[in-house]
Design a protein around this ligand. Structure first.
Ligand SMILES: [Zn+2]
Length: 231
């Protein structure tokens, strides 16, 4: 799969994203290639409000136009910009940005690429049983401009078991959001900050993108498919 940044992005920053995304590769019969021109299956823009990706084969269907992104990252939440500005001035084109990456940078990149490879949200797994305090969740996300419909679609709603190919619920999955205690009833919380692929993430991807004698190419094997699932 070819990966191209649509936003002007320094080459070394592109490489940092590429390296993080490549964490999937030892567990899938897939190749990634970072390209600067021509067609690409995964097209990334940087923004200031949302990490998101189209899911699975949608990146070839609903998002077939090469000038449209299939994935976006909120750079302001991936890089400690305050520290950066203080120490280096505003331009990050000229030096190593790695010391300024957020602690969950790798996890977030793996999460969005997980969507691109067909994975859906683990916290919305049919068997997830998170005691969300719905009013608090809605209020928290409303403060950053997200509608109730958005929050229900990406966080609160659970998938119908019949609609998906799924394995056992895995609270450590890279596809699982952190669950802060303040957004739940009681003392329930999940914090996977800094963790990367779980054992089940690796097993799942190697099942989906395993070696097959009649393989028509990895993307044709992707599952999932709700149009344009953000975040
Ligand atoms: Zn997501």
């Amino acid at each position: 799969m070819r990966i191209r940044f649509l936003s002007p992005t320094p080459a070394h920053l592109q490489q940092i994203f590429f390296d993080a995304a490549s964490g999937w590769l030892p567990h899938a019969n897939l190749k990634f290639e970072l390209v600067t021109t021509g067609d690409a299956e995964i097209r990334i823009t940087l923004n200031q409000n949302l990490h998101w990706s189209a899911v699975g084969t949608d990146i070839l269907l609903a998002y077939h136009r090469q000038d449209l992104p299939t994935m976006g990252f909120d750079l302001t939440r991936l890089i400690d910009t305050q520290k950066l500005i203080k120490q280096q001035g505003r331009s990050f084109a000229m030096f190593d940005i790695r010391p300024f990456l957020a602690p969950d940078f790798e996890r977030i990149v793996l999460h969005e690429f997980g969507h691109a490879l067909g994975a859906e949200h683990e916290h919305q797994h049919p068997n997830a049983n998170i005691p969300w305090n719905e009013q608090k969740v809605l209020k928290e996300y409303a403060a950053s401009g997200h509608s109730e419909a958005f929050v229900r679609k990406n966080i609160l709603d659970r998938y119908e078991a019949a609609d998906f190919s799924y394995t056992e619920y895995d609270p450590e999955s890279v596809m699982h959001y952190n669950v802060p205690q303040k957004l739940t009833v009681g003392d329930f919380r999940i914090d996977n900050t800094g963790k990367t692929l779980s054992a089940r993430d690796k097993a799942f991807m190697s099942t989906i993108y395993g070696e097959r004698p009649n393989s028509r190419g990895p993307l044709t094997l992707a599952i999932g498919g709700s149009a344009g699932t953000p975040n």
